[in-house]
Design a protein around this ligand. Structure first.
Ligand code: F6P
Length: 300
């Protein structure tokens, strides 16, 4: 009897945790549906504001940021949010245990040429930081709207008639065929160029749209490959932001059986000093990441 009560208590605790994550999952879905509509109907003008990375914010970026903040404000388990569009983090509910860092509309300048864009979410427990990450999610707004949510497994959902429907679990293969090399080539280190070329020499195909979300999504869904955004002479700390872009995708790739490194170290072992800190990053299947490690161990 005591054992059974203990079991029920454990179940209750487990369900409670599940419900809190469920609320976040629901809030992301609601945001995604509203953002999809905003992309479809909104004129894309430039605002007078700049974000903390010095980029002029599109009105659409600001609108998407507001949508997510509004939906997250209704979820009491969310303590603090940090957005790529906000200079500082914001406390929503002091009692909440989750900290969420998000990029409301990554690659937003691609909307005016009608390429895919996305929202990225890193969900942290107790504080921001790679080691505190408990789940990650991204949404791709392309011809279709898809959502990928990673907790213990990585799952793909498709927006159908205003509801996200589960499609399948995602698992990366050991070796892929796609190569997505980011950054200005002129500013790559010579050993990085050799590394990228070595994959093409092996038959890898180039896939790079300039949107991190669709580029990484394509590699995940087409079985594997490599996405790289290295340190360059003009951006020695890389371009992509740790909390909003790099850590969430590292979590998704690792949960899906792939790897994510900065050249030498696992991305999820890195710290951060400021919420907008960046890092060089490589995401891929095991085969490609091992090659990156070999080259970077010798050169970096
Ligand atoms: O976050 C910025 C971003 O737009 C990413 O989505 C994308 O991967 C990257 O910049 C592209 O940068 P670049 O044009 O330097 O390759």
């Amino acid at each position: 009897m005591t054992l059974y009560r203990g079991y029920l208590k454990m179940q209750k605790k487990f369900n409670k945790k599940d419900n809190k994550m469920r609320d976040i999952f629901d809030a992301i879905q609601k945001s995604a549906k509203r953002i999809r509509k905003a992309i479809d109907i909104k004129d894309i003008g430039y605002s007078q504001q700049e974000n903390s990375s010095g980029e002029t914010q599109l009105e659409l970026d600001i609108k998407c940021d507001m949508i997510i903040e509004e939906e997250f404000s209704k979820v009491s388990s969310i303590n603090t949010i940090a957005s790529e569009e906000k200079e500082h983090e914001e406390v929503l509910h002091v009692e909440g245990k989750y900290y969420i860092a998000y990029d409301p509309l990554d690659g937003s300048s691609l909307v005016d040429v009608n390429l895919s864009v996305g929202s990225i979410f890193g969900i942290y427990e107790g504080a921001f930081g790679a080691e505190k990450m408990v789940a990650a999610c991204y949404v791709v707004y392309g011809p279709r709207t898809e959502m990928v949510f990673s907790e213990n497994k990585t799952k793909l959902y498709l927006l159908q008639a205003d509801e996200f429907e589960f499609v399948k679990e995602i698992q990366l293969t050991e070796k892929g065929k796609l190569n997505a090399p980011g950054g200005t080539q002129q500013n790559w280190e010579p050993y990085h160029k050799e590394l990228v070329d070595s994959f093409f020499a092996e038959g890898y195909r180039l896939r790079y749209s300039g949107g991190m979300v669709p580029d990484l999504h394509q590699i995940l869904l087409k079985g594997g490959g490599l996405f790289s955004y290295p340190a360059t002479s003009d951006k020695p700390a890389g371009k992509l932001r740790r909390l909003f872009e790099v850590f969430p995708f590292a979590f998704v790739y690792k949960t899906s059986g792939g790897e994510a490194i900065n050249g030498t170290s696992d991305l999820l072992t890195l710290g951060f000093a400021h919420i907008h800190d960046t890092s060089p990053c490589f995401f891929g299947s095991k085969y490609e990441i091992n090659r990156v490690k070999e080259v970077y161990a010798k050169n970096a």
